[in-house]
Design a protein around this ligand. Sequence first.
Ligand code: NAD
Ligand code: IPM
Ligand code: MN
Length: 362
Amino acid sequence: MDKKIVLLPGDGIGQEVIHSAKEILHAVAQEFKHTFTFESHDIGGTAVDLHGTPLPDSTVEACKKADAVLLGAVGGPKWDLNPSHLRPEKGLLGIRKELGLFANLRPIKGFKKLLPSSPLKQEVIEGSDLLIVRELTGGLYFGTPSERRENGNSVVDTLFYTRKEIERIVDKAFQAAMKRKKQLTSVDKANVLESSKLWREIVEEKKAAYPEVVVQHMLVDSTAMKLITNPSQFDVIVTENMFGDILSDEASVLTGSLGMLPSASLRDDGVGLYEPVHGSAPDIAGQGIANPLAMILSAALMLRYSFGLEEEAKLVEDAVQSILDEGYHTPDLKMESGVTVGTSEMTRLIADYIQTRNASSC
Ligand code: NAD
Ligand code: IPM
Ligand code: MN
């Protein structure tokens, strides 16, 4: 299979973990006789410095022509005081919008070996396996106009959704639930927000098309509590852009580290973008200790969703599981035993596993 992959390293550890994904994909290509061609483009703070904008047109064009896009992370203190149109994060929001990536799938499944690395009790997190379906191109992040008024003394951000925008993300979530345990939790703030009331109505209407799925509605504040007190009650969660952003970082605690969570940003047809849930981690950038697994697992999601390469995706996931089972981990995972390794060593261990494992099965 011949595929063209655009890499958007971005900033901070984004630049480091994208190398890991590339190395793993090289190993996969070699073992399965695929040809993956890589092209790197600038986004975020790096693009502000080089092109004067966080999202150059050339980056957007390249992504539109690609078979899939891998993104590291954007942002950092260097650009924190920039005006909003020159913030790295604007580049990320822009590429999601330009590519129409309205559905962000964030699977959260703890690896058994890492249970002790979570600050939560093992009996609480054991067996948790959930998928957050986050709406990605609407809601609070894309309200217009977002601005300061009265000489900067008042502000406006709007939470706007159309029926169509809610319907398509809710459909995606029902479809995901049908492939899993058929339980859907729709998370909102319908006791306060009008947008949440419409969201709830639409979920209720859609239920009829998916009679096998058991649906519950939950308010976002109590969901935040239940996610870490009884996470195994959840299968698929569907929610508004900002609620999904916050709940997914919280849910990463189940896995021991934010550096473990991959994601897929998708539309109905067309190019998909795969990105770790974490950011550019300025506190550890440049030290060679970033956990590359969220990025590598995002590459596995790309193999599965964009290329239909299930066996290859599974091999990457098995490799991650196996290397963790052997006790290797990066320093973000607080383990009492095992071997602490850096980004490149972790990547090499996984690449080696892919090469030897597949060779032995031939
Ligand atoms: P962050 O996710 O970058 O870091 C939060 C904490 O988790 C830090 O202590 C960091 O060291 C740790 N961490 C995150 N990923 C890790 C990994 N792979 N390995 C080891 N440790 C890891 O969030 P933040 O510090 O709030 O934000 C930093 C910058 O990143 C900001 O500019 C923010 O806007 C940006 N950001 C970007 C994205 C993205 O590009 N998708 C996501 C979140 C935040
Ligand atoms: C994420 C990030 C982004 C978001 C930021 C950097 C704009 O936190 O991908 O979760 O909030 O969507
Ligand atoms: Mn986030």
